[in-house]
Ligand binder design. Structure first.
Ligand code: LMG
Ligand code: NDP
Ligand code: PMR
Length: 399
């Protein structure tokens, strides 16, 4: 409970003033805590603060509109000029790696308030501090994607906070390449698909309406994908390969009791479960696009940010792998990107006006220029996307 209450308090409360690679391998082809002191604040003050923050920022932000192409909200100001408000972006798993680097990149612009949706509050707070993020630019909220109750609580808290929602980034993930046995979420789903896909599926479904209601000029839902889920690439052909099969395991609930823990019904394999989960992420983005883009104007997108070989994603891999993987990616595949560079890429998908197209899986070439990439046959299979949507709805209690 204490954590929940604390989690609702924006870090800003402590501020007194309320204030492609074209070399040998191509991505696109086969080679391709100062917490407790501020807990007094409650929901309504949070909403109030939001408004005040908006009012105070108007002047500063107005000055920036002339210099950049960041979407602006046309609101009549006192002097009759157009103004914009800060965008609000939720990033799941912003306590490390890509999520943290993206939070930092967005916070630094001064145009975004980042809601860091994390399972470990203290880790997130330390991470934000050591990244040098200033308190008025972020809020940490508790979210454990391995529990659908936690997802629902997070959504309730967010709605009560009174903040608008302009962009949602589904970034968090786990990867269990060395696990011999499966582990499970609170509801009994195999952990990687449970967190990476099902938790995010419920989260984004429950927050879709908030995105829809946003008056921000460009509202977006971004689900992080990966090259390793795409079997039209070399990286996607390193065994074990992603393959969702006929979805019999997902149909059975991935619980290892009356069904397999793997989507395709096979034997548990942590590396494959991760890659399968990424295929679900990329299919879900496209299904959202087909169902809701026209009606809501929301941009749905996915991306492969590059191989960020130094992140916590590989924490469960053997030490030798963690030692050799970065130089392998840097010097042999040349697919390596730093966390900082990858953060800038995802930040572009969040806010760059040139990346507004919906239904796209973005990648970057060796000059770090973005391009619309091709997904594998399975990761663009419309019929599978529809089935996964419907099965996932049942599993998370939406149908
Ligand atoms: C599975 O293995 C694991 O079983 C599973 O747990 C999970 O981790 C999963 O996808 C993740 O991978 C699959 C993989 C194991 O199997 C294969 O890829 C089959 C082919 C492997 C044959 C290796 C030759 C590859 C030839 C391709 C040419 C490219 C050059 C590659 C150079 C590296 C060769 C070792 O694959 C492996 O175990 C490969 C080893 C892990 C790769 C990452 C680290 C390699 C680093 C090597 C060079 C680093 C640079 C410094 C130079 C050091 C010199 C010693
Ligand atoms: P990290 O491990 O550094 O980051 C993953 C984040 O997810 C962490 O903040 C972690 O929290 C969080 N997380 C894990 N489980 C949960 C949970 N149950 N509830 C809430 N948050 C959770 O890895 P990356 O930054 O590399 O990964 C980020 C995204 O990028 C993933 O979607 C991954 O698939 C994708 N990606 C990564 C690539 C790479 O090369 N690294 C390449 C392509 C895509 P905590 O800090 O508490 O552990
Ligand atoms: Mg892979 C262009 C070549 C390329 C790229 C971009 C990646 C990205 N990898 C490439 C090639 C190879 N990898 C080759 C030739 C091999 C065999 C030696 C290889 C192996 C390998 C392993 C064992 N690669 C891996 C692993 C992992 O455990 C990582 C993984 O699959 O996690 C699911 C991984 C990755 N390679 C990548 C990327 C981005 C990953 C991290 C996976 C992800 O985040 O989706």
């Amino acid at each position: 409970m204490a954590l929940q209450a604390t989690a609702l308090v924006p870090a800003t409360f402590s501020v007194t003033k309320e204030g492609k690679s074209s070399a040998s391998f191509k991505d696109s082809d086969l080679f391709g805590i100062s917490l407790s002191g501020h807990v007094k604040a409650n929901f309504s003050s949070s909403a109030l603060r939001c408004k005040r923050e908006f009012n105070q920022r108007t002047g500063a932000v107005r000055a920036q509109t002339t210099a950049t192409a960041t979407p602006a909200i046309d609101r009549p100001a006192m002097d009759g000029k157009k103004t914009l408000r800060k965008g609000s972006v939720i990033i799941t798993g912003a306590s490390s790696g890509l999520g943290l680097a993206t939070a930092k990149a967005l916070a630094e612009t001064g145009k975004w308030h980042v809601i860091m949706a994390c399972r470990d509050f203290l880790k997130a707070e330390r991470a934000a501090k050591s990244a040098g993020m200033s308190k008025e630019n972020y809020t940490i909220m508790h979210l454990d994607l391995a529990s659908l109750d936690s997802v629902r609580q997070f959504v309730d808290s967010y709605k009560r906070s009174g903040r608008p929602l302009d962009v949602l980034v589904c970034n968090a993930a786990v990867y269990q390449p060395t696990a011999k046995e499966p582990s499970f979420t609170a509801e009994g789903f195999e952990l990687s698909v449970g967190i990476n896909h099902l938790g995010h599926f419920l989260l984004s479904r429950l927050l879709l309406d908030d995105l829809k209601q946003s008056d921000y000029p460009s509202k977006r839902l971004i689900i992080v994908g990966s090259i390793t889920g795409n079997t039209n690439t070399l990286a996607g052909n390193v065994p074990p390969k992603a393959n969702l099969g006929d979805l019999r395991g997902l149909t059975g609930g991935l619980n290892g009791l009356n069904s397999s823990t793997m989507i395709d019904g096979g034997e548990f394999d942590g590396a494959k479960a991760y890659k399968d989960s990424k295929v679900c992420n990329m299919l879900t983005m496209q299904e959202f696009h087909r169902r809701f883009h026209e009606e809501t104007g929301i941009t749905f997108a996915s991306l492969y940010p590059g191989c960020i070989a130094t992140t916590g994603l590989f924490r469960e891999h053997i030490p030798l792998f963690r030692l050799l993987f970065p130089p392998f990616q840097k010097y042999i595949t040349k697919g390596f990107v730093s966390e900082e560079e990858a953060g800038k890429r995802l930040a572009q998908v969040v806010s760059d006006p040139s990346l507004m197209k919906s239904g796209v899986y973005w990648s970057w070439n060796k000059d770090s220029a973005s391009f619309e990439n091709q997904l594998s046959a399975e990761a663009s299979d419309q019929e599978k996307a529809r089935k996964i949507w419907e099965l996932s709805e049942k599993l998370v209690g939406l149908a």
